[in-house]
Design a protein around this ligand. Structure first.
Ligand SMILES: NC(=O)C1=CN([C@@H]2O[C@H](COP(=O)(O)OP(=O)(O)OC[C@H]3O[C@@H](n4cnc5c(N)ncnc54)[C@H](O)[C@@H]3O)[C@@H](O)[C@H]2O)C=CC1
Ligand SMILES: O=C(CO)COP(=O)(O)O
Length: 319
């Protein structure tokens, strides 16, 4: 197999971890950072102190802020927060293979893979239970790359799969993408359960009903239900809703305890509001997204959100 050239666009925690994954498999890796000062710091310090402290970057991993010079690659991994992806797409050649790695929706609520498909012809998404710090340290993990083009999914699999990271392929692009997007909302709510010390039964009930809410949205949008119960759905829900490392879970805990949010990327906050809007437009029930939105916007206290969720009308489980 010829060595693949992989460029990772976005030098945050997840971009840096994925660059290390591709480096471990022997790819020629370029890590692109938006700010020249950030690229220079990473290049010199050989550590991403802002986003992934304590993990050494190998000398042969190239870091740059030169976007044009980074695009001659076999695979471009787009690893920005979701709000930055639409603009980045306008700068990327339409025929270059892209792997979208963000876990959020476009500003209007559209899945990023659908937005990208309007301009780009070779697309994959990568999503799974992948807390960046653990992946960077080489702790064992698994994830999914989905593409309608099996050759592209296999190319991404070869570029990233190592003894510490199993990569599964899928053709359900929307299902894999949406699992990672929606679990952030449930992780925010799980953080609120933790912050209010509501107990283990409450957490189990929330995660299970959260999965039902995710299923409703995935099915209505044409994703495969089986994908929801895979790594990118249930798997990532378990990791994010239970981990002290998750920013979404931590933000929920802070909201519940009346503490300020820590100023990190919390994708679930915007996603909750978009899901709540979608629920109002379609009449589909998304009660957890609604409660999270009301609490995050300060309209309800966390206890009011809890009471509203518990006192809704009686239902059958499979409704
Ligand atoms: N950190 C994690 O464990 C995981 C994160 N993700 C997802 O990956 C995406 C990126 O997250 P992280 O790397 O964790 O974020 P981060 O907050 O660690 O880093 C974000 C990076 O993107 C840069 N950036 C922000 N806006 C940009 C723009 N418009 N253009 C260029 N660069 C820009 C920032 O300067 C920073 O370097 C998010 O959607 C997140 O949900 C997915 C899996 C795991
Ligand atoms: O998606 C993640 C792990 O799979 C990271 O979650 P947070 O964005 O909540 O830190």
């Amino acid at each position: 197999m010829t060595t693949q050239r992989v460029t990772v666009l976005g030098a945050g925690g997840w971009g840096t971890a994925l660059a290390l994954c591709a480096h471990r498999t022997g790819c020629q890796v370029t890590l692109w950072a938006r700010r020249p000062e950030a690229a220079q710091e990473l290049q010199q310090q050989r550590e991403n102190r802002a986003y992934l402290p304590g993990v050494a970057l190998p000398a042969s991993l190239k870091v740059t802020s030169d976007l044009a010079g980074s695009l001659q690659a076999d695979l471009l991994l787009v690893v920005l927060p979701s709000l930055g992806v639409p603009e980045m797409l306008t700068l990327l050649p339409p025929d270059r293979p892209l792997v979208l790695c963000a876990k959020g929706l476009a500003p209007g609520g559209e899945p990023l893979s659908e937005l990208a498909a309007r301009t780009h012809s070779h697309l994959a998404v990568l999503s799974g239970p992948n807390l960046a710090g653990e992946i960077a340290q080489g702790l064992p993990a698994a994830t999914v790359v989905a593409s309608r083009d099996p050759h592209l999914a296999q190319a991404a699999q070869q570029a990233l799969m190592s003894a510490s990271l199993r990569i599964y392929t899928s053709s359900d692009v929307l299902g894999v993408e949406l699992g990672g997007v929606l679990k952030n909302v449930i992780a925010l709510a799980a953080g609120m359960v933790d912050g209010l010390q509501l107990g283990d039964n409450a957490k189990a009930a929330l995660l299970t009903r959260g999965l039902a809410e995710m299923r409703r949205y995935l099915s209505a949008n044409g994703a495969q239900e089986a994908t929801l119960y895979g790594l990118s759905g249930l798997g990532d829900l378990i990791a994010t809703a239970s981990s002290p490392q998750s920013r979404n879970r931590a933000a929920g805990e802070a909201l519940a305890q009346g503490r300020p949010l820590p100023g990190k990327v919390v994708e679930g906050l915007r996603t909750a509001a978009l899901l709540d809007q979608w629920a109002q437009q379609t009449g589909q029930p998304m009660p957890i997204a609604h409660a999270v939105t009301q609490v995050a916007q300060g309209t309800w206290s966390p206890h009011e959100g809890l009471r509203w969720l518990m006192e809704r009308g009686a239902k059958s489980e499979l409704e």
